[in-house]
Ligand binder design. Structure first.
Ligand code: KG4
Ligand code: ZN
Length: 344
């Protein structure tokens, strides 16, 4: 068997991504192109993603991003073997742009189409950097839209959600706390930077859902965000200055502590020895630092893909498509629809 080229299209939120992966006969994968056009700056003044703005930006960016990817990879579109596209979860209008484009390319080129799950795509991204996953592993997915713990027993076979946030996603909490501290959107990077000069033990912010009766693997970040807001208000009322770096470091510690604590507990409970962390928040320096410390203590292997692969992109969708093709999975039909609330 010869090499097969897999095209991946992502448009579930504010990133238009097209990736191209070369799948070798032995199942090896080579990333040939990973083009992303982001509309994040258009959302900045609203402090969060505006769905209509995102859909329009995808419409404008889809074909140019596809052209750039094909050019970067140095291939002809007709040589593509299969097309994978994010079918959900995500914003309804945004998903529709990617799925419509993928169907059009699949129909025009006469190629198989695979509608795939965005969350599974985030896990697949890691295989582009670190190679195949062990038979069983745990994935902590943390971004602006999701915070999930997944038990992965084969990317093309079985992924089970064992925990998720009951309210805000971790990245959403970063964005909301940044807003109340008058920091720019998206809030993760500025908080991460500020926190480096702060004392992470300065303020004891609550660790959501960590009581003895709380769900073992679920997360809650909305109480933490409220607690930061109350703390800041109290300081302001007292006429005290807000120690921004300490607030950032203490908030960040509360998030990293809960995420790593629950992920490592799940690894032990499910008897797996590898933890993958992906999604935009995986770029957080304290999260990866604390995860590395705790994984080393617990004898677990930690895999965190480079930031470019952690945030939304088409390469991860191409990688997941390649896993499906390698596993001889059945393609989707051309009447594939989007599923904004698609479970993993
Ligand atoms: O995966 P992503 O690019 O898009 C979504 O699917 O949401 O994640 C974006 C999220 C934002 O909420 C952003 O604030 C957060 O990831 N983020 C970070 C960092 N870099 C990005 N959060 C914490 N620390 C960072 N360094
Ligand atoms: Zn995502």
């Amino acid at each position: 068997m010869t090499d097969r080229l897999i095209l991946g299209i992502e448009s579930s939120c504010d990133e238009t991504g097209v990736g191209i992966v070369r799948l070798g006969p032995d199942g090896s994968m080579e990333l040939l192109a990973d083009e992303v056009a982001s509309s994040v700056e258009e959302h900045a003044r609203f402090g969060g993603v505006v769905p209509e703005v995102a859909s329009r930006a995808h419409l404008e960016a889809m074909v140019p991003t596809m052209r750039r990817a094909v050019e970067t990879a140095g291939i002809e579109l007709r040589d593509v073997h299969s097309i994978a596209v994010t079918a959900g979860p995500g914003l309804a209008g945004a998903l529709l742009v990617g799925v419509s484009a993928a169907k059009a390319y699949a129909a025009a080129l006469g190629k198989p189409l695979y509608g795939v799950n965005h969350l599974a795509g985030h896990v697949a991204a890691d295989t582009l950097q670190h190679g195949p996953l062990p038979k069983r592993c745990l994935a902590l997915l943390v971004s602006g839209g999701h915070s999930q713990l997944l038990l992965v027993e084969g990317l093309a076979e079985k992924i089970t959600e064992i925990g998720s946030t009951v309210d805000d996603a971790a990245g959403e909490a970063y964005d909301k706390v940044a807003r109340l501290l008058d920091l720019p959107y998206p809030g993760g990077p500025p908080i991460d930077n500020l926190a480096k000069q702060g004392n992470r033990c300065a303020i004891a912010f609550p660790r959501g859902l960590t009581g003895p009766r709380d769900s073992k693997y679920d997360f809650s970040f909305s109480g933490l965000k409220t607690s930061v807001a109350r703390w800041v208000e109290k300081q302001e009322r007292a006429g005290e200055e807000i120690p921004l770096a300490d607030v950032a470091a203490s908030f960040q510690e509360a998030v990293a502590d809960v995420l790593t604590g629950k992920a490592i507990r799940a690894c032990k409970d499910f008897g797996v020895d590898t933890l993958v962390i992906s999604g935009g928040v995986a770029a957080n320096s304290r999260l990866s630092g604390l995860a590395a410390e705790r994984c080393a203590e617990a004898g677990l292997e930690l895999r965190v893909p480079r930031p470019r692969l952690c945030t939304d992109n088409g390469a991860m969708i191409a990688a997941l498509g390649a896993h499906l093709v390698a596993a001889d999975a059945k393609p989707s039909s051309l009447d594939l629809s989007t599923t904004p609330g698609l479970p993993v």
